[in-house]
Design a protein around this ligand. Structure first.
Ligand SMILES: [Fe+2]
Ligand SMILES: [Fe+2]
Length: 263
């Protein structure tokens, strides 16, 4: 296993706030593990880690995180949903930190199966989402993203940086070694997103609902970081929202799926 050529990048920084991206990728030639992105917000001296990743990537992510802060400074782990690539490393993170794990109320009793010793440190998120106050007084908005793709699912908006961590929404999967850090040509990029979104996302109605919510945020999204693949900066964010609100997916294509067509 080797890490991606670039393993971490500071996406935003001011005197009391940082937003850091970590990318992990399986070595070329293997497609057993889907590439994952992890994000860390550091506000004053406190850390907030989003979608910490699978057990397999724990040591690599921990090594990257410790370049920025001591793990004990992480007070909150956020899992957008229950999938193993999102949070099966949670038991390890809970050992090296004193952090709480925030996850949808729907997954509270399921994630314990990853082997959590202290289930009381898992905090259920209500369906309508939550607003997490940071030491500086800014907030992380935990926005409902249910059914995209999980039934209990959230996106995380960092008010201070204007960066949206969108979880599986906007995920792209590349052939080994072809991943770009940022989307450059949106038309070309669609091909790397379409198969995943068409099958894993619930339906066009749900996509539209989420896009409307993002457009109604009190401030525009400057950058969007999904849990897999390339990030969207500047105009590429709007390109994605326009594409996603028109997407026919999941239940919109039941006929095709049930008849065995490749969707
Ligand atoms: Fe997922
Ligand atoms: Fe994922």
């Amino acid at each position: 296993m080797t890490a991606a050529p670039e393993e971490n990048r500071l996406l935003y920084e001011d005197d009391e706030h940082q937003f850091v991206w970590f990318g992990w990728e399986e070595k070329e030639g293997s497609n057993s593990f889907v590439q994952t992105n992890q994000c860390l917000v550091i506000n004053q001296d406190q850390g907030y880690l989003f979608d910490p990743g699978g057990t397999y990537v724990f040591h690599q992510v921990l090594e990257q995180v410790t370049r920025y802060l001591h793990p004990r400074q992480i007070n909150t782990l956020i899992a957008t949903h229950q999938d193993p690539d999102v949070c099966s490393s949670a038991p390890y993170w809970m050992k090296v930190t004193d952090a709480k794990l925030l996850i949808s109320r729907l997954w509270l009793h399921f994630v314990s199966h990853f082997g959590l010793d202290e289930p009381e440190r898992v905090v259920p998120l209500p369906d309508k989402g939550a607003k997490l106050r940071l030491p500086s007084g800014d907030h992380l908005l935990l926005l409902p993203a249910h059914f995209l793709h999980s039934e209990g699912n959230f996106s995380v908006f960092d008010e201070r940086s204007g960066i949206l961590f969108s979880g599986d929404i906007g995920a792209s999967i590349f052939p080994a070694g072809k991943r770009k850090l940022f989307v450059e040509d949106f038309d070309e990029h669609q091909a790397f997103m379409e198969p995943f979104h068409k099958r894993y996302m619930h339906s066009n109605a749900v996509c539209r609902h989420w896009v409307k919510q993002i457009r109604n945020l009190p401030q525009p999204v400057k950058m969007m970081v999904p849990q897999h693949g390339s990030m969207f900066a500047g105009d590429q964010v709007e390109n994605f929202l326009s594409w996603f609100e028109e997407l026919e997916c999941g239940g919109d294509q039941l006929q095709a799926i049930y008849s065995g067509q490749p969707v």
